[in-house]
Design a protein around this ligand. Structure first.
Ligand code: UDP
Ligand code: MG
Length: 330
């Protein structure tokens, strides 16, 4: 049986919810969607209320009474979209997972197109708001963000942060998100070896409520960008980063100190009034510190690796016990 879990992160979206849920149900009953599957098809809609202070939560609780496919996870307070998505991923039971924003800006009827693309052999299909209906204060920074991310990661997609995405469950099962990392999901997925592509989707202006993101997101976005870059390059080998930096610093400090010492011994120049001496000492200490940080990083990454650090696409001729060991997707 094929099942689809739709995850909807929401924060104070009471006006949009009735229309959204109605449209999602209509989209789930479309013949074109059912035609994509050979087997019977079922779905669930997981609403993740990210600490809303309006009546979003009550509204969903009431709707659940007559809609068995609807589920609700309600956070104690506002933790952010990344946490909401993570909670949804954990609760999802489907073999296909879809995320969609709650503000009606994404089109529920595009889900079937994304799934169709996924079935062409991809693990993640990200929507691309090709004609984005948002004010320029959003579209311009977003263009910049996408260009920088594309340049640094080499992943050729245009819209990393589109709310509308479809995944195979193996991808969401392995994603470990922190901070505001939902913006970099395609980067992390690609790094784990999953096949990623994008599909242009229709985008609409926000009808109700206001955007939940303002200028402060650029800073959190920047820091998350740095940690994602670090994760994809050095997570499993922190020593390669800290060790190299430490070694360079130590060698430089050592050379300077040696030079000052030889000057003193051979040419009898005084040492105490030479600023370069302090630079040498500083670089030596910094080198040792960076090196120890690298060692600590290695210890942490060894002891905290809960699962295997690789994603297995398929195994042949192994017993189920052996397969479990490799956390096989099936
Ligand atoms: N959202 C959330 N928690 C937050 C901020 C936003 O769950 O702390 C949800 C929000 O309700 C919406 C989606 O994330 O469903 C995207 O947010 P928004 O539309 O404000 O972002 P924009 O489209 O303006 O980038
Ligand atoms: Mg929006």
């Amino acid at each position: 049986m094929t099942s689809l879990s739709i995850i909807v992160p929401l924060f104070n979206e009471q006006e949009s919810l009735p229309d959204l849920i109605e449209q999602l149900y209509a989209a789930m009953h479309e013949k074109e969607l059912h035609d994509l599957f050979l087997e019977t098809f079922s779905f669930e809609i997981i609403m993740v209320d990210d600490g809303s202070t309006d009546s979003s939560c009550t509204l969903i609780s009431n709707m659940i009474l007559s809609m068995p496919e609807l589920r609700l996870i309600s956070f104690q307070r506002n933790y952010g979209k990344t946490a909401a998505l993570s909670a949804g991923f954990m609760a999802a039971t489907g073999n296909y997972i879809c995320t969609i924003d709650a503000d009606l800006q994404d089109d529920p009827f595009a889900i079937k197109d994304l799934i169709k693309r996924l079935q062409e052999g991809y693990d993640l299909v990200s929507g691309w708001k090709k004609e984005r209906k948002d004010p320029i204060s959003k579209t311009l920074p977003s263009k910049l963000f996408n260009t920088i991310t594309r340049l640094f990661t080499g992943i050729p997609i245009h819209d990393f942060n589109c709310g509308l995405k479809v995944y195979r469950k193996e991808v969401t099962r392995r994603l470990e998100l922190r901070g505001d990392m939902h913006r970099y999901i395609p980067v992390l997925a690609e790094w784990m070896g999953f096949k990623i592509t994008e599909l242009p989707v229709r985008h609409q202006a926000r009808k109700f409520g206001t955007t939940k993101y303002n200028a402060s997101r650029f800073f959190s976005g920047l820091f998350d960008f740095l940690s994602v870059l670090f994760i994809i390059r050095y997570l499993q080998r922190p020593m390669h980063f800290f060790g190299m930096a430490g070694l360079i610093s130590f060698l430089l400090g050592f050379t300077i100190s040696l030079y000052v010492t030889l000057d003193k011994i051979l040419l009898h120049k005084p040492v105490s009034n030479r600023p370069i001496l302090f630079l040498g000492i500083l670089l030596l200490i910094l080198g040792v510190q960076l090196f120890s940080t690298g060692l600590l990083g290695e210890m942490l990454s060894t002891s905290s690796s809960k699962e295997s650090s690789f994603a297995v696409r398929e195994t042949l001729n192994l017993t189920s016990g052996q397969v479990g060991k490799f956390s096989n997707p099936n």
